[in-house]
Design a protein around this ligand. Sequence first.
Ligand code: NAD
Length: 496
Amino acid sequence: MLPVTMSTEPRTNYGKLKLLIDGRWVESGSAELGEAYDPGRGAQLAQVPFALPEEADRAVEAAQRAFEKWREISILERVKYLYKLKEVMERRAEELATINTQNHGKTLEESRGELKRSIENVDVAIAVAYTLAKGDTLDQIAAGIDVSMSKEPLGVFSVVCPFNFPLMVPFWFIPYAIVLGDTLVVKPSDLTPVPMQRVAELIQEEVGLPPGVFNMVHGGRQVVEHLIADRDVKGVTFVGSTPVARQIYRMAGEHGKRAIANGGAKNCVLVMPDADLDGSMSNLVSSFFGNTGQRCLAGANLISVGDVHDSLLSKFTKTALALKVGYGLDTGVQMGPLVTEKARKRVSDYVAAGLSEGAKPVSDGRTLKVLEYPEGYYLGATVLDQVTPEMRIAREEVFGPIASVMQAESLDRAIEMINGGTNFGNMACIYTSSGRNAREFRRRVDAGNIGVNIGVAAPSAYYPFGGRRDSFYGILHAQIDTVEFFTDKKVTISKW
Ligand code: NAD
């Protein structure tokens, strides 16, 4: 029997998850078990085995064996599997979104959006097969001599994922690797592995990828380090917190492996006095509280420039407090819980630290109760005013529904606060009606994703997902950039 299946009603517990190795579901022999939750109900959703090193070895061996055949299959055959994957994900979209909401807590609408982004990456990977997968040729570089360059797959890659986008982040990588002829060992987050477990089942049952092309193991540090050290693993993609991203990047370097390592964030959202406040408010508020603030592109520091502060603060707080907080699968809910009780405590502690450093509470979400789900890990929208750049709440990643409101006298000072306040560089955005302000901001802010009147500057799949400074280690980014990451260039010089 498979570990996760769903008919019409979602299951309330998915039991002990299994590992997918060489096309078979394997019961892990590990005694170490983690827990995945349904955070909206505050209940266990699945048990997560922390795979043993020998199980990771078997997954890599299977992927390596599969690679020898997979690379020989024509790209037009490989792309057919992606068409199938797209069809399956579209047909199963509601089921996948439901499981995603169960395990993560985000609203069903947010899960549907996440799924759309995942499928968009399948679409773009299909396009890659017909375009960027090609090499090029220069005839007659000298008399009778031609040069050609082809892109070749490299082998086995490991994909290590964070908890906050259980479906989308794996899809920043998986479809590209598959279509380009590489094979995979995917390691979902140990907190939110259930949605990808279901995708893996569907890949087995309905997409029919050859055994070993897509393998999945569960676990944490030990299994990830083991994978990176494995001789047959050619590279790792990692998305998660900065300390781990840095450690993975370093370790990959030591082992001579390719790495993409996305880290954490502390994003600033700047509002100019000339911004269209009323027209932007719902977009602005969802930057901070969408996904319950657990988004690497979420707004964290709200910087008001000049005299906009008072009207911004009152409109922002009013809109934030109107958000309906509750169980993500219930109708009308606009903000779900935090992912674990531990996360709720960590975020609450940050609020307390902010207050003790002098921030003023305009709304304090720690008092919120969701009566129908007393065990859920809920925290309401929190707005702290008079936050200053030195405070921990302004500098460190909190990853929860907290807006720290700061003031700057000018655009220049605000940009200085963004570039100098932390060493994160994931996203920054500006609300303004001035093209000149927007241009200055775009050119001078040291972040990889910039929003202009857009609070969550999420690049679509045909663009790389940016990130700089401590938010990213590497050169090639997620999404379309992975075409270069998952292939190597071979140059042939011929004389006839
Ligand atoms: P995390 O760093 O705790 O875990 C990420 C993954 O690494 C998980 O699969 C986990 O099991 C594994 N892991 C944990 N500790 C490890 C270790 N010491 N060695 C090897 N692997 C380890 O991150 P998280 O809490 O799951 O995710 C939230 C973080 O991810 C936030 O910091 C957020 O900003 C960041 N994030 C960044 C981006 C981006 O594109 N920059 C996107 C999404 C999330």
